[in-house]
Write a protein that binds this ligand. Structure first.
Ligand SMILES: Cc1ncc(COP(=O)(O)O)c(C=O)c1O
Length: 373
C-alpha cells in the first residue's frame, strides 16, 4: 500500500533485537527473557516485535489479554505465550485449546482451569500469580502457601510458572522492592518445602532488570526496555538499550501571521510578533497528546520549534519564527533518533506529565508503522 500521509512511526527491528540481546547478556544465559508485547507492543506493533524478539533469542512472549495471545498463535508463533493478567474463567478451554499459558490468581481460577483441562483431555499450562505488594492481581503471598497443597492436587494443571510483579522496581529506593522480593522468596521456600515445583520462577520487569539482579530467578519479563525506553527518568541505565520508535512528519503548510493573531482552538496562544507558523499533519486523533499544547517541541532543521496553541485532532501548529530557513516539505522529528537529530520520548513524556509507556501506547492505528532494519 502506498502511504501518502507524511506522518510515520519508523520501528527499528534491529534495535528490538539489539535490546533483547543486551538484556540476555545482562541476565546471563541461564535466565530466559520473556518479551512483553502487550498493547500492540507498547504501540510498536505486536506481531513484528514478537517475531523479532524470538529471532533474537527471547524464550517466551508475555501479553495482557487472551485475544493478543490468539493473534500471535494465528501468526504461527509457537513459543510459549503467557497472558499475564486475569482472564474470565469461561475462557479457560480456549486457553488450553490454543496452548496459551494462563496467570492464575485465585483458587477458583485454578479449579476452573483444572476442570477445563480434564474436559479437553489436555493439560492447562498455568503460572501461579502471587501478589507480594503490588496490590493488583494474584493470591496474597501469605495466603498462598496454605493453598498450594490443594492446587497441587488439582488434576489437569501443569504448573509452568510462579511469578510476582514489582510496584516500585524502577525507582532508586530499593526498600519496597526488597520487601516484595523477600515475601516472594518466603513463598517459594514454602513451595519447595511442600515439594511443589514450577518450570520457571519469574519476577523482574524492566526496572528490576536494570537495577536488581538478585530478582532474576529463571526468567525476566522485559517490557518498556525492549523498546529502548527507561521505566522512569531515574532508573539506573545498566543495560545499553537502543530506542526503537522514531516518529516523524513533514511541514505541510507555512503561514505568515501579523502580531496578535489567535492560534488554534480556545485562542490559548497569540502571536507575540509577526510570526511564521508551520502546520504539522498530526494531532490527538493519532494519539499525539493534546497535553503537548503550548508545551511540546519538535525538531526541524536541527532546531527546536515550540508547539503553539492547542493540538487539534489532525493538526499541530509550531512557531517557525526562529527557523527562517524552514520550508514546506521539511521533515520534522517528533520523537526518537535519526539523521534529523534526537528528541527523546522521555522528554515527550515529561511534557505530557506521564511515563514513556503511555506516550507510545497512545499512538493510534492511523499512524503507519514502517519497519526498518
Ligand atoms: C505482569 C507484568 N510483567 C512485566 C511487565 C513489563 O513491565 P516493564 O514494561 O516495566 O518492563 C508488565 C507491564 O506492565 C506486567 O504487567
Amino acid at each position: 500500500m502506498i502511504i501518502y500521509r507524511p506522518t510515520i512511526a519508523a520501528i527499528s527491528l534491529d534495535a528490538v533485537k539489539h535490546n533483547i540481546q543486551a538484556i540476555q547478556k545482562k541476565v546471563g544465559a541461564a535466565c530466559q527473557v520473556m518479551a512483553v508485547v502487550k498493547a500492540n507492543a507498547y504501540g510498536h506493533g505486536m506481531a513484528q516485535v514478537a517475531q523479532a524478539s524470538l529471532e533474537a533469542g527471547a524464550a517466551r512472549i508475555g501479553v495482557a489479554t487472551v485475544d493478543e495471545a490468539a493473534i500471535l498463535r494465528d501468526l504461527k508463533i509457537k513459543a510459549p505465550i503467557l497472558v499475564m493478567g486475569p482472564a474470565l474463567l469461561e475462557h479457560a478451554e480456549f486457553f488450553i485449546a490454543r496452548n496459551i499459558s494462563a496467570a492464575v490468581g485465585s483458587i477458583e481460577a485454578a479449579r476452573a482451569f483444572g476442570r477445563a483441562a480434564r474436559k479437553l483431555g489436555k493439560k492447562a499450562r498455568i503460572h501461579i500469580k502471587t501478589d507480594t505488594g503490588m496490590g493488583r492481581f494474584g493470591f496474597w503471598w501469605e495466603n498462598l502457601a496454605a493453598l498450594l497443597p490443594e492446587i497441587k492436587k488439582i488434576r489437569g494443571l501443569h504448573l509452568e510458572g510462579c511469578f510476582t510483579h514489582f510496584a516500585t522496581s524502577d525507582i532508586a529506593d530499593y526498600a519496597y522492592t526488597k520487601w516484595q522480593h523477600e515475601n516472594f522468596k518466603k513463598l517459594l521456600d514454602s513451595a519447595a518445602r511442600q515439594k511443589i515445583r514450577f518450570d520457571i520462577i519469574h519476577a523482574a520487569n524492566s526496572g528490576a532488570i536494570m537495577q536488581h539482579p538478585e530478582t532474576y530467578h529463571d526468567c525476566v519479563r522485559a517490557g518498556v526496555m525492549l523498546y529502548g525506553m527507561l521505566p522512569d527518568q531515574k532508573t539506573k541505565p545498566t543495560v545499553p538499550i537502543k530506542p526503537v520508535m522514531t516518529l516523524t512528519t513533514r511541514l505541510v503548510e507555512i503561514r505568515q501571521h501579523p502580531k496578535g493573531r489567535c492560534i488554534s482552538y480556545g485562542c490559548t496562544w497569540q502571536t507575540p510578533r509577526a510570526s511564521r507558523i508551520g502546520i504539522l499533519p498530526i494531532g490527538y486523533g493519532d494519539g499525539y497528546s493534546r497535553k503537548f499544547s503550548n508545551k511540546g517541541q519538535v525538531l526541524i532543521r536541527g532546531r527546536r520549534a515550540p508547539i503553539v496553541g492547542r493540538v487539534c485532532m489532525d493538526q499541530t501548529l509550531v512557531d517557525l519564527s526562529a527557523i527562517p530557513e524552514a520550508q514546506i516539505g521539511d521533515r520534522v522529528l517528533l520523537w526518537g533518533e535519526n539523521e534529523l537529530g534526537v528528541l527523546k520520548v522521555e522528554e515527550a513524556a515529561k511534557w505530557m506529565g506521564t511515563i514513556t509507556y503511555e506516550v507510545t501506547c497512545a499512538l493510534g492505528a492511523r499512524i503507519p508503522r514502517v519497519y526498518i532494519k
